[in-house]
Design a protein. Sequence first.
Length: 252
Amino acid sequence: MEISLEGLEEARDATHVFAEFYTSHMAGIDPSNLERIIGKHVEILSRKDVEEKAEMKILAHAKSHPCVLLTPGDPNVATTHIDLRLRAEKAGIRTSIIHAASISSAIAGATGLQSYKFGRTVTIPFKSTSTSDVPYENICENKARGLHTLALLDIDSEKERYMTIPEGLSQLLGIEDRRSQGCVTLTTLAIGVSRLGSREARIKAETVEGLLEYDWGGPPHSLVFPGKLHFMEIEALEVLFRARRELFEGQT
């Protein structure tokens, strides 16, 4: 895992250090190493601790002592932690955020795509959670506007359940079978990304069919569905990730 120098200093100066890892999976995270780096105990909190028991678990301490909550990625990006911050401020507890890299900001640089050409981000949920067609609809809408789509794949860290790229694609293909809008077919160009930010990150641009057959390794996984590609974006995918030239026919 990585922590900024500013974040490390704040954690070392805090009386209480909390951490949550349910909003995202961090490959290779070891709480004991985290404690060694910070130099003090780190209390790992569950979703219920943060979302339902924050007054008792966190804010009771923060009223009289400096506290830090460590989270994966950039705090408040695709999480409910803004609610925690509002509850703290309403209780008279001053708060601040130390920003870090998030999949939402890192995906453009990692894939060579241009950040301003991304449309609405979608999350593909587990079937047991939702059967909504909204992710598929947003991918179609973004494509119609020439925009790229970042598709986050569902996780349940407390049950150690992480959606894989093949699982996410299979769900979208199922919706495609019903709706037949041509947004996500076996021949559709997509980019798979696994463990972004780690030394074992994998990025591959291929047809959906090709991505279904690829070995992605451990979580977390995510997907990008390109819209209209600039020639520099195509060159980046070809040079950096050995993407085949024929994949981009009709994409520019």
